[in-house]
Design a binder for this molecule. Structure first.
Ligand code: C5P
Length: 244
């Protein structure tokens, strides 16, 4: 075992949380966690399951590449540094149980719910909110719901919307410059011990829709959800383009 592996093993304490795609561990510093990205893939709220070889490392690398750039663009995040192929060090946050979806182009549940053809360009970005609950399948909510049930304050929701739109404004041209249309994406936010709202979780082909700008070929988790094949290749291609 080399020194850096020793460092990582020393950091990783008790398992604090296990989600569908990641595990979160305590560290000796109460203000930091280790996040481990798994190869497990799930869709349709866990009904469809598989392993996508190398996915954890790719999503870890993509997130580790994007988050410092988002920080530089004025979006505070939980990211500290990449520790290993599938691990990263993050600031400890309390996750706000409101998932935020931002859409540039109609697709997925938006198209289904509203009968809008997939690929229809939206006149302005659409921000949607869902309740983060595996048991309920992350149902769509509005901000009144989050407020009345105490999931977030008015100030936090305003900041979350502002930051989500900043992420959209940064990432849309970032991906366009790499021949990718950013169709939509999902974000999660958390609060630090100080109360500051920061971007948490990941930004990866698991949580975004990416279409090739020339062919509209899907380069994201829809390849898994829709049995299109070539899942590993699509994730690798996204890592290649993002880090090129
Ligand atoms: O399924 P839907 O069209 O609502 O998904 C919108 C975007 O949010 C997609 O990029 C999808 O990958 C992402 N998403 C997610 N986690 C969820 C729901 C959606 O990452 N629980």
């Amino acid at each position: 075992m080399n020194d850096s592996q020793n460092d990582v093993s020393a950091l990783r304490g008790e398992l604090r949380y296990e989600g569908k795609a990641k595990r979160v561990y305590a560290t000796p510093d109460a203000l930091q966690y280790v996040v481990e990205y798994k190869d497990d893939a799930t869709a349709f709220n866990g009904v469809k399951k598989a392993q996508i070889s190398g996915k954890g490392a790719i999503n870890n690398a993509i997130t580790a590449h994007l988050y410092p750039q988002l920080e530089a663009a004025g979006i505070p995040t939980h990211f500290v540094r990449q520790l290993s192929g599938n691990e990263q060090l993050v600031k400890a946050v309390t996750i706000v149980p409101v998932e935020v979806i931002v859409r540039n182009v109609a697709a997925g549940s938006f198209s289904k719910r509203l009968g809008i053809e997939e690929g229809t360009v939206l006149a302005r970005p659409v921000v949607e909110y869902c309740y983060k609950s595996d048991a309920l399948g992350d149902p769509l909510i509005n901000t009144d719901t989050a407020l009345s049930l105490g999931w977030a304050t008015e100030e936090q929701l305003a900041r979350i919307r502002e930051l989500a739109l900043k992420v959209q404004a940064f990432l849309t041209p970032f991906f366009a410059a790499r021949g990718i249309r950013l169709i939509d994406f999902k974000l999660e936010f958390g609060t630090l011990a100080s109360g500051e709202v920061v971007l948490a979780d990941e930004i990866s082909p698991d949580t975004c829709r990416f279409w090739d700008a020339e062919t509209n070929e899907k380069l994201d988790k829809d390849r898994f959800r829709r049995d299109l094949g070539g899942v590993e290749d699509a994730y690798s291609e996204m890592l290649r383009r993002i880090t090129a």
